[in-house]
Design a protein around this ligand. Sequence first.
Ligand code: HEM
Length: 342
Amino acid sequence: MRPSFFHHLHPPTIPTEQARWRHTLGAGGTAVFLMLILGMTGILEMFYYIPTPEEAALSVQTITYHVPFGGFIRNLHYWSAQLLLIVSAVHLLRVVFTAAYKSPRRFNYLLGLALFILAILLDFTGYILRWDVDICYPLLTGTNLLKTVPFIGDFLHRLAIGGGEACTNGLLRMYVWHIFGLTLPVIILGIWHAFRVRRDGGIAVPPPQVRTDNARISRNELVRREVLAMFIVGIALILLSIFVPAPIAAAMTEGTTLAGEAKAPWFFLWVQEMLKWGDPFIFGILLPLGILALIALIPYIFPKPADSDIGKWFPKSNRLAQITIGLVSFIVILLTLLANAN
Ligand code: HEM
């Protein structure tokens, strides 16, 4: 048989420990599955979505209420995108809490983090494509934040929305970023990330001499587990999409641009809460970037986990990294809840 990318990801056998739910939580694989659903449902939505300020919101209404199964496909796209952010965050926590980021996986940790950031930006640009009254406030706030960056603020603003007023001119750029400018890097980084997992020796597990179980599972068993996970996540997604519709509001027309909710989408509520503290550049750009840099540097500046601790849950030798990521998560969740309550 000719070796293929599939065989690279699924060797004839792998240590059983690498494929345990309680070890990986299935989070990385679920993120891949959600990305595939997003790609397929996104292509279907493109057949009806019209990226012009006059018709965008109406075309979303057409998809939701008139196209056969359009509402269901749109809900699948929406829920896959929200779940992707949650599942990626769980995957990131799993990687840190099992010390799986240690060399040789340091670079792949950065690739994963880049994927996570792209997924957040894709969620944001997708949210803007609704072009209804609720999207103007976050679009305006987000793009005005870009303007506050010293020296290159205007350039970033033009790069994001092409210049002019965000809520009148910004749609086409958001569309191109969503469909092409962010999606293409996600595809490339996604394939690279998956390739590197195997290249770095597969999922990080304790070395054979300290492992409690040295059994191996076959490729067929690995695929069986993957299909089972896809089946369970697929059913959950379908149920969610049948019973909980994606948000939709009245179309934006001249004079109604700021008539909607003055709220960021849920994944940026924590930044919105910090903006209340003062200078928008410091609290809306520098602080979030600082937090991101801290997470990115975990494998590089924190004490190195012991080799015998790699792949163990909450090992002693990487306590500082665990406390850091735990604190960051706690603060982000707390700020999100505070912003939501106000
Ligand atoms: C957002 C989309 C992401 C996708 C689709 C993805 C996909 C995957 C997959 C399929 C695996 C192997 C299975 C598993 O560990 O569950 C994996 C492993 C890994 N991922 Fe991700 N990942 C993503 C985000 C991240 C993030 C945010 C990070 C960390 C910053 C990260 C770092 C890693 C590392 C270091 C490994 C190897 C783990 C190990 O050997 O135990 N990934 N990823």
